[in-house]
Design a protein around this ligand. Structure first.
Ligand SMILES: C[S@@+](CC[C@H](N)C(=O)[O-])C[C@H]1O[C@@H](n2cnc3c(N)ncnc32)[C@H](O)[C@@H]1O
Length: 243
């Protein structure tokens, strides 16, 4: 393993971190709008193979497992021991233990800002994906998120994570962007349950939301890229220019 591929913050994730379980109402309110966005953009069947990289205790995997075939990967044994999904793999995002083109979709939430060289992990995600790579990371343009990331050492990586930075990373990797947005007023382990109803009322898409989401395609051809939108049934993007 080269120095660049060493797992950063490894000890931090093996400790007993205070995390809610995926079925907690606040987690459901945090995850489901993102899952809805993904389902409205891409088609799924029970056989669609999804890899959830840096899955933690399964906030997203738990919901993906209700409608597709999800594999959960994380470096931390502790996190995996608290993950309710069936298919669990211990491994590093920097060197994924899968062959090229193994999954239809590779999904990754709140991991890249914890990695020194996110591009290495993103290249690995592209390698093991047949078609799509989806990223969801905190938005540094949200003032609370920026403050939090400046105070907590392990969150310092968030300082560069704007939507623009994420789109740049994706494009640098040669992926084509299908959809991207900033959304959300809920922070999974911090939003108090008692205030959830109020936060849900302002859970909009806005440039100051807590989370950036980028959905991209591993498109290998040249010339025009056409993407058939599932619901509108239109040709959605023509990214010789990306979204
Ligand atoms: C903030 S948590 C996010 C968990 C989950 N994806 C979510 O959205 O709730 C980051 C996770 O990434 C894992 N992680 C950190 N570095 C990793 C690496 N290099 N390879 C695999 N997992 C890693 C940690 O163990 C932790 O579970």
């Amino acid at each position: 393993m080269t120095n660049n591929n060493k797992v950063f913050q490894k000890g931090y994730w093996e400790k007993n971190r205070k995390r809610r379980m995926p079925w907690h109402p606040v987690i459901e309110a945090f995850v489901c709008p993102k899952i809805d966005l993904i389902k409205s953009t891409l088609s799924f069947s029970e056989d669609t193979k999804v890899l959830d990289v840096g899955c933690g205790n399964g906030f997203f995997g738990y919901y993906f497992s209700k409608f597709c075939d999800v594999t959960e990967l994380d470096y931390s044994r502790y996190m995996l021991s608290r993950n309710p999904c069936n298919s669990l793999v211990q491994g590093s995002a920097l060197s994924l233990p899968f062959k090229n083109d193994t999954f239809d979709i590779v999904f990754c939430s709140d991991l890249l800002h914890h990695i020194k060289h996110p591009i290495i992990a993103l290249r690995e995600m592209k390698r093991v994906s047949k078609k799509f790579v989806i990223l969801s990371e905190p938005n540094r343009n949200n003032p609370f998120m920026l403050l939090f990331s400046m105070i907590i050492r392990e969150e310092h990586g968030t300082v560069k994570f704007s939507l623009r930075y994420m789109k740049g990373l994706v494009q640098l990797c040669g992926l084509k962007i299908i959809a991207s947005c900033t959304m959300g007023s809920i922070v999974p382990n911090k939003t108090p349950l008692l205030l959830l109803k109020w936060f849900q009322k302002i859970d909009w898409r806005t440039p100051f939301g807590f989370t950036n989401v980028v959905i991209s395609h591993k498109w290998k051809g040249t010339g025009h890229f056409v993407f058939y939108h599932r619901y509108s049934q239109e040709l959605m993007v023509n990214p010789s220019r990306s979204a």
